[in-house]
Design a binder for this molecule. Structure first.
Ligand SMILES: Nc1ncnc2c1ncn2[C@@H]1O[C@H](COP(=O)(O)OP(=O)(O)OP(=O)(O)O)[C@@H](O)[C@H]1O
Length: 299
């Protein structure tokens, strides 16, 4: 479990995080989304004890990261894949990690295997790694101690399609065994596929959060009919709230089946009946972060 409780982070006069509260729960993958500069990395750094919060509290497994005994054994982090020592080989990076966290050295070979770095690649210096290989090494480092919690900032960055699928399966399997995963990504399709829960941040504030299913189910049913005023009144009589849409039609807080039944009862001819399901994460993301995007353009 990772908890943010009213976390605010200021850099001088600039507020990077503004009262951020959310949880990433065990057995689930939580996708952390937001435009560039929204505060995702800052929040992850606060959770990892690398950046102190100005106010509020972030805890991992019930405690601030820095107070966990041997935190490296419980929490696997990938915050910047390019931060590995370029002069060391992949195997050396992991061996050092194993020594520092007191993990059995055999785990190094297991982890290399797990992330698909070959014997030859593991012996190559990190400066000669491709971006995708660095990501795999970073993920291997995070998994080394088989921790209960994973915090991954843009882990899919630089992975090829097979690598992205591999990572998805890895994270799903990890969560299925009870692990907690918090991951940020700009690959919305991927988040839609891998995340159980989604948290959206814009300008340092949480603008939406919930299960992926809830968030994508979004906004009820869109209906257009031959007589929207009569349909709206019939829906009102049935106790359902309906609001007129700017482009015509109504947005109803009910399933398409229920709206269809009310229309049939009221003998109103329907022209369109559509659930919010098809809205997609991309559309939701742009709706929720539109203010942030507009301000960026204006700035
Ligand atoms: N050390 C720092 N000093 C001053 N400002 C900072 C510092 N670190 C981050 N910021 C600012 O805080 C804001 C949030 O940055 P952050 O890196 O958390 O965003 P992000 O959501 O991870 O963005 P991206 O998607 O581009 O990685 C940005 O405006 C950034 O410039």
């Amino acid at each position: 479990m990772i908890s943010f409780d009213h976390v605010t982070k200021r850099y001088g006069g600039f507020t990077a995080l503004d009262g951020v509260s959310f949880e990433a729960r065990p057995g689930r993958v939580t996708g952390f989304l937001g435009p560039n500069g929204a505060g995702k990395s800052t929040a992850m750094r606060v959770a990892a004890g690398l950046t102190p919060a100005t106010s509020g509290r972030a805890t991992v497994l019930g405690r601030p990261y820095g107070t966990l005994p041997n935190p490296g054994r419980h929490v696997g982090m990938l915050l910047d894949a390019s931060a590995q020592h370029a002069g060391r080989t992949g195997r050396e990076v992991l061996t050092l990690g194993a020594i520092l966290t007191g993990v059995d050295r055999r785990r190094v070979e297991e982890t290399l295997d797990l992330v698909g770095l070959t014997e030859k690649e593991a012996g190559r210096r990190v400066r000669n790694y491709s971006l995708g290989m660095r990501q795999r090494l970073g993920i291997a480092h995070a998994l080394l101690a088989d921790p209960e919690v994973l915090v991954l900032d843009e882990p899919a960055n630089g992975l090829d399609p097979a690598g992205i699928r591999w990572m998805r399966d890895l994270l799903r399997g990890y969560a299925a065994r009870g692990g907690t995963v918090l991951l940020s990504s700009h690959l919305l399709n991927e988040i839609e596929r891998v995340a159980d829960d989604i948290v959206v941040i814009g300008h340092g504030r949480i603008v939406a959060g919930g299960t992926t299913r809830e968030l994508l189910a979004g906004s009820g049913t869109t209906v257009r009919s031959a007589d929207d005023a009569r349909l709206r009144s019939a829906l009102g009589t049935a106790g359902l709230s309906a609001s007129p849409l700017a482009a015509g039609g109504l947005l109803v807080d009910a399933t398409p089946e229920v709206v269809g039944a009310v229309a049939l009862e009221a003998a109103v001819v329907l022209r369109e009946l559509r659930s919010g399901d098809g809205r997609g994460l991309e559309e939701m993301f742009f709706d929720l972060t539109a203010d942030a995007a507009r301000e960026e353009v204006a700035a």
